[in-house]
Ligand binder design. Structure first.
Ligand code: GLN
Length: 261
């Protein structure tokens, strides 16, 4: 082969290799045009069976319902696992599109955010040690002789921390934990007399920990809904539309039945 021909062959080979590299590099990127808009949901994934971690991914009633809502809206669900108490503020400021965390609709929260139609009922219950002297709500004293554990910023916290006149136990008798699981561990360790928490997580925690029981009584009955920024009425309408469809299709009940037997 003469020199000229060799140079030609080599440059063709080089061009081919370069071309293929460029093609390969472009192929690796997601096409921008077809990308679905994100639906960013804030939750606190320590609240089984509504939201919890399963390895690296999220599972639970809220996660499954949100997945179907996003599907109906043609959006890509993105879940952010944050502290429960930062969900409302984050939704209000636009950091998250919606908050879904077994979240109870309360007058106070309604001052900061809007709520969708309710998709589930929550009941605040009381967990005590199996051998506890507390057998009814009347046995829960607010005279300083008992300590109550709650997950901070939840309705259990808000109501229990209220004054005795308002039906609470007084802030000084309430101990706040980051998660319900931590409150339950403190109860097991004998640091608390009772934990006030939503009924379904209560059942999960009691099933996973020996020596605890749940009082028969209902401490408070509440509605769970999705919170959305007040100005984002467009998303609120869309989410309510999707929820109504899912309800009519029997999907909400189907999901709840998968997790709550
Ligand atoms: N339902 C309670 C509330 O809204 C607790 C929710 C939670 O801990 N994820 O305050």
């Amino acid at each position: 082969m003469n020199k000229k021909l060799l140079v030609k062959v080599l440059s063709v080979v080089l061009a081919l290799v370069l071309g293929m590299t460029v093609l390969w590099a472009c192929g690796g990127e997601e096409p921008q045009v077809d990308e679905k808009p994100e639906l960013i949901m804030a939750t606190n994934a320590a609240f089984p069976p509504y939201e919890f971690k399963e390895g690296d991914s999220f599972a639970g009633i809220d996660v499954d319902i949100a997945t179907l809502i996003a599907e109906k809206l043609g959006m890509e669900l993105v879940i952010k696992d944050v502290e429960f108490g930062s969900i409302v503020g984050g939704v209000q400021s636009g950091k998250f599109d919606m908050g879904m965390a077994g979240m109870t609709v309360t007058e106070e929260r309604l001052e900061s955010v809007n709520f969708s139609e309710s998709y589930a009922t929550g009941i605040q219950v009381v967990i005590v040690a199996e051998d506890s002297t507390i057998t009814s709500l009347d046995d829960m004293l607010a005279d300083g002789s008992m300590k109550y554990g709650v997950q901070q910023d939840t309705t259990g916290d808000i109501y229990a921390s209220d004054t005795v006149e308002n039906g609470g136990y007084g802030e000084e008798n309430v101990i706040r934990y980051k998660t319900g699981a931590e409150a339950v561990q403190a109860l097991k360790a004998g640091k608390l007399d009772a934990v006030i928490i939503d009924n379904e997580p209560a059942k999960s925690f009691v099933a996973a920990n020996e020596g605890l029981r749940i009082l028969e009584a209902e401490w408070a009955v509440e509605d769970y809904a999705i919170c959305i920024a007040k100005e984002n009425t467009e998303l609120l309408e869309k989410v309510n539309g999707a929820l109504a469809e899912l309800e009519a299709e029997g999907k909400i009940q189907e999901i709840i039945d998968t997790y709550i037997k």
